[in-house]
Write a protein that binds this ligand. Structure first.
Ligand code: ADP
Ligand code: MN
Ligand code: MN
Ligand code: MN
Length: 334
């Protein structure tokens, strides 16, 4: 069984779709996974009268849920004539990452998300609110965290699929968690993040949770959900890389608005200047500063080389677009 996974044409935020093809024999190389198609009129990717879209397999991993020889296949959507479909942001990152591969860029994304049950965040009382934020982040025990069985099952599934899964933690708001993917080259990281999101949604079915990537699932004095994007080039990682990191922050400051347009819909509700964010209309960078747009981690500042953390992307941002924007600005001096 090959699960073909792709992104639909929903606006402003594309959603995951997938369907299963039973192959005659197990397949281990992406070149051997057949192309396929789907009805684009049901995914906001075509009009009803000429609705076929093409699925081009791009990246396969083992399917940790079905096990054995079964696979998950991340696909690009093409038009029937083989040209790139307008909804296909991966194709753009493919081009951009080829152009800047010589700078050896690495990315790691921290994916925050919120679990819901019966239209309430997991663990929240049916009426009213749980205790204010303070004890939930990295908490342990039934009063501090919820839904750990799903979170653990998801981590194991990602590892069994062979993803470069870096870790998990319970977040500041009850019902919110984080996992990280990376560091990896841009296309690889973005594919793996989408596959990890798919696995989370899929396991949410079994455990009975809705997965929300909303940047601000609960209004008020509750943390939003982001997709902090950690980024480095070889120059930044090598001794003395701090100079390249400083230069990157300066060119990022000149391109703030362009980045915000691809950092997720509804991000303005999250980037308020409170709850460990910098306001959406401001740009600041600083060492260890969790209220900045770009944070330079302490270890990077101490060793004068390493990576930077772009704290602006929202939980619902498309990693294909986020990585392309960072590559164009930092590697290409956009
Ligand atoms: P935070 O302290 O912000 O919560 P995390 O530990 O959650 O940080 O995530 C940091 C992520 O940075 C790691 O998961 C990893 O993927 C990524 N990372 C580490 N080193 C690099 C690097 N040199 N370049 C890019 N990303 C990196
Ligand atoms: Mn983190
Ligand atoms: Mn976090
Ligand atoms: Mn972070």
């Amino acid at each position: 069984m090959a699960e073909y996974i792709w992104l639909d044409g929903s606006k402003p935020t594309a959603q995951l779709r997938s369907k299963t093809k039973v192959l005659d024999a197990p397949v281990g190389r992406i070149e051997d996974v057949p192309e396929w198609g789907f009805d684009g009129s049901s995914t906001q990717q075509a009009e009803g009268r000429f609705s076929d879209c093409l699925l081009k397999p791009m990246h396969l991993v083992l399917d940790p849920i079905r096990g054995e020889d079964n696979i998950l296949v991340m696909c690009e959507v093409l038009n029937p004539d083989g040209t790139v479909h307008p909804s296909n942001n991966r194709a753009h990152l493919r081009e951009v990452s080829k152009e800047y591969a010589f700078q050896d860029p690495w990315f790691g994304i921290e994916q925050e998300y919120t679990l819901f049950k019966n239209d309430r965040p997991a663990g929240w009382p049916v009426d009213g609110f749980p205790a204010p934020q303070g004890d939930y982040y990295c908490g342990v025990g039934v009063d501090a965290v919820t839904a750990r069985p799903l979170v653990e099952a998801h981590m194991k599934a990602c590892l069994n699929a062979g993803l470069k899964f870096a870790g998990i933690n319970a977040e500041v708001m009850l019902g919110q968690w984080e996992f990280q993917i990376g560091p990896l080259p841009p296309l690889q990281m973005a594919d793996e993040l989408w596959l990890a999101r798919w696995l989370l949604l899929r396991l949410g079915e079994d455990f009975g949770y809705t997965i929300s990537l909303s940047p601000k699932p609960i209004k008020g004095d509750w943390n939003g959900a982001g997709a902090h994007t950690n980024f480095s080039t070889k120059q930044m990682r090598d001794p003395g890389g701090m100079q390249a990191i400083d230069e990157a922050c300066k060119v990022l400051s000149l391109n703030h608005d362009k980045h915000i347009t691809v950092y997720g819909a509804g991000n303005g509700e999250r980037l308020t200047g409170r709850h460990e964010t910098c306001a959406i209309d401001q740009f600041r960078y600083g060492v260890s500063d969790r209220g900045a747009s770009i944070r330079i981690p302490m270890a990077t500042a101490n060793s004068r080389c390493g990576y930077l953390e772009d704290r602006r992307p929202a939980a619902n941002a498309d990693p294909y677009q986020v990585c392309a924007a960072l590559l164009k600005t930092v590697c290409g001096r956009w």
